[in-house]
Design a binder for this molecule. Structure first.
Ligand code: MOS
Length: 730
């Protein structure tokens, strides 16, 4: 049986609110938590598979050129070496999730340092790694030292979809107050804890691949396409994923390489990337350069809003870091100019990394807004409140639900924000200047088609099956909670089975759409099951009250089912409602920092994020997402930057020792406020995404606090000590 819902209208039913168990939203611990902390939850590379060969990738040591030949003989006689595979499909660049097909490849052309060119396969990992180091090959290379954001470059490609409304230049010249400033951000690495890994098995008919993936629902067609197989010849398994942050959206090189090798050698093959390979080979966030022109009247109301940005990308790749995304609708200003352009560059594929777009767009915007607040001479919180538009400033669409003002106000209150006049350098303790800063948060709401099968067993337990993933976000928890709530089952009677493409297609984990999409599919399936149960119980679906495994005051589920098994595949599809509303999550960040007056070092003293993202499905996992977002904000503000060697294009800081993501010592006590909200237009369960929202703008709160502390207006993220010192007034 199947049940389908296409959401064309806001879904104002509050079925979940009417439920009697109150499981939805509860801060329940993860069912997968114990397995993860005790090391018994198997990650992709950890499946004990007999007779498994080990493969190690060999990658290009130059930025641009042609591979003329691989000298397989140079290593084939080494101990344990089984094969050297230089299939040209290996040179494939990582597909960006959602394409549904692997990118077409020119023969043996290399476009970036770290691009895979061969796989060495051996009986042991050590043998494979040793041989990979000794493999020689012939190539013609030119090292190109691109400077992607060089303002002198005239070959950047303007992207479609620019916004032009009114006359921004005129608004600027007539403005009572204005800001014209350009911010830069550096490349980021996703830096997921679990490196990319795959074990491929080929039985002559079907390929089974254990891999670390965010989107098996798309990855299956990407991999099938790359190998020339039909989708039904491929099975992907990704039950536990140690973080993805965008880097596992598309099928990547290790999975393609392991599959080619397994099919060719007719033995299982495992390929695990080294940390350095993950950094050099998979993908990166683009560096950006973003000019803001903000024109305001004497009260600080925006009359003009300009956001022109340049991002970079490899030749031939279509993704462009969408930094304008929330700038489109967050604030008013009738004269608008928003334009994105792409500069081509020979660095590895630029792709989605932790909130593509707003992660770097919002900090830049919110830094410019801080400058505007200073120009106008009003409180920066007040400046935001004054510029919340009635409806979308260009297309006039209403906002679905928007808790921006509530987040600003509740966040300011809880933080103890001083709304009085602001001046830098008002507080010093010894060597440290101390200051505060704030910023808005915004991240567009995404939602995707999703399927899940919910089976009610005769013993009164439920099983949920979908190829949806849990990348550390809490999918196992929330899918179980929605099912338990809808079917009146305690959590220990709900089993959630994820990450296997033999199950119905989920939405995958990306763009913060996972929770609302998959839970909507589960909701649709459970609604259908409830209708059947109501019929069996002799009541209407609305009257059916289920709790603790049975009808309240009536039959148990076991009795109602009477030996029968009920199974429904729920199918949720986004519908026309998407075109009727501007839907986004919102929030506000507040930070206190201290800046060393001699070294320019910044420490975050405390930080708070207040967020509104619709229904909270699990208060613990949602809060964890928000905390993680704030931690990423600290990284984006202060430390994270990919450093490319100007000569050969390699990444100079390609491990977690040199590429600094915040560690415990960098992170103070954080506070999270989740503002109560229901968004009936966002999804049938009235939830939006939370994961990425948690960081979208946060770096600006820190940057603005640096300015407030010491008077250094640093125009680039991350605000490393050298940059702070250079911008520090005498
Ligand atoms: Mo995300 S960066 O869309 O996984």
């Amino acid at each position: 049986m199947s049940a389908h819902l296409k959401q064309d209208e806001p879904d104002t039913r509050n079925l979940l609110d009417d439920m009697v168990q109150g499981i939805i939203g509860k801060p329940l611990a993860r069912p997968d938590g114990l397995g993860k902390v005790t090391g018994t939850a198997p990650y992709a590379a950890e499946y004990p598979i007999a007779d498994c060969l080990e493969g190690v990738l060999v990658t290009a040591p130059f930025t641009k050129g042609t591979i003329k030949g691989v000298h397989k003989d140079s290593v084939l006689s080494m101990p344990g070496v089984v094969a050297v595979i230089d299939d040209k499909r290996l040179t494939a660049r990582a597909a960006q999730g959602g394409a549904g097909e692997a990118p077409a490849q020119p023969a043996r052309e290399v476009g970036y340092f770290g691009q895979p060119i061969a796989l060495v396969v051996a009986e042991s990992f050590e043998q494979a790694r040793d041989a990979a180091k000794h493999l020689t090959f012939e190539y013609r290379a030119e090292n190109v030292a691109d400077v992607p954001l060089d303002p002198e470059r005239t070959d950047a490609e303007p992207q479609d979809g620019a916004t032009r409304q009114g006359d921004l230049a005129q608004a600027m010249s007539q403005a009572a107050h204005s800001v014209d400033v350009t911010y830069t951000t550096e490349g980021h690495s996703s830096a997921a804890m679990e490196p990319h890994a795959a074990i491929a098995q080929w039985d002559g008919q079907k390929l089974t691949v254990h891999a670390s993936l965010q989107m098996p629902n798309y990855n299956i067609s990407e991999l099938a396409d790359a190998l020339g197989l039909e989708e039904d010849q491929v099975r992907l398994i990704a039950r536990y994923v140690g973080g993805g942050f965008g880097s596992k959206l598309g099928i990547s090189e290790e999975a393609v390489a392991a599959s080619i090798a397994a099919m060719e050698l007719e033995r299982p093959v495992r390929v695990v990337l080294s940390r350095q390979q993950v950094f050099q080979t998979i993908m990166r966030r683009s560096e950006t350069s973003q000019r803001f022109r903000l024109a305001a009247d004497e009260n600080g109301r925006l009359t003009g809003f300009g956001h022109e940005a340049r991002v970079s990308q490899l030749p031939g790749e279509s993704f462009a870091e969408p930094v304008l995304q929330s700038s489109e609708f967050l604030y008013g200003g009738e004269n608008r100019l928003l334009q994105l352009e792409v500069a081509r560059i020979h660095r590895m594929t630029a792709g989605s990394v932790r909130a593509p777009g707003e992660a770097v767009g919002m900090p830049a915007l919110e830094s410019a807004m801080d400058m505007l607040a200073e120009e106008v001479g009003i409180d920066p919180v007040e400046l935001r409140l004054r510029n919340i538009p009635e409806c979308h400033p260009v297309n006039g669409l209403p906002y679905s639900s928007r808790k921006l003002a509530e987040c600003l106000e509740q966040g300011a209150e809880a933080f103890g924000w001083d709304h009085g006049p602001r001046k830098p350098r008002q507080r010093r303790e010894g060597e440290w200047w101390i200051g505060t800063g704030m910023a808005s948060a915004a991240r567009v709401h995404n939602i995707a088609e999703a399927r899940a099968r919910v089976t009610l067993k005769p013993d009164g337990t439920a099983l949920v099956e979908t190829d949806m993933t849990d990348i550390g976000t809490g999918t196992y928890s929330i899918v179980g909670q929605v099912t338990g709530e809808m079917l009146g089952l305690p959590m220990d009677r709900v089993l959630v089975d994820l990450g296997d493409t033999d199950f119905p297609r989920g939405p995958g984990s990306g763009g913060s759409w996972g929770a609302s999409s998959i839970c909507s599919a589960v909701f649709v399936a459970c609604e259908d099951l409830r209708a059947t149960l109501a019929k069996k119980a002799g009541v209407s679906a609305e009257e059916l009250k289920l709790k603790d495994g049975g009808v309240i005051g009536g039959a148990s589920l076991v009795e109602l089912l009477d030996g029968e098994e009920l199974s429904v595949e729920g199918h949720y599809e986004p519908g026309a409602v998407e075109d009727d509303f501007t839907a986004s999550g919102y929030g506000a960040f507040f930070a206190q920092v201290r800046v060393n007056r001699f070294t320019g070092e910044t420490r975050v003293d405390r930080m708070l994020g207040a967020y509104g993202f619709g229904r909270v499905l699990n208060a613990k996992t949602a809060r964890s997402q928000c905390l993680g977002g704030i931690v990423w904000s600290i990284g984006a503000a202060l430390t994270e930057a990919l450093l490319f060697d100007p000569v050969d294009g390699h990444i100079a800081n390609c491990d977690l020792a040199e590429y600094h993501v915040p560690v415990n010592r960098d992170v103070p006590d954080l506070e999270v406020i989740m503002v109560e909200e229901r968004d009936p237009a966002a999804s049938p369960i009235q939830a939006k995404g939370v994961g990425e929202l948690g960081m979208c703008g946060g770096a600006a709160a820190i940057g603005n606090a640096i300015y407030n502390a010491c008077g250094a207006r640093v125009l680039g993220f991350p605000m490393t000590p050298d940059r702070v010192i250079a911008a520090m007034p005498e």
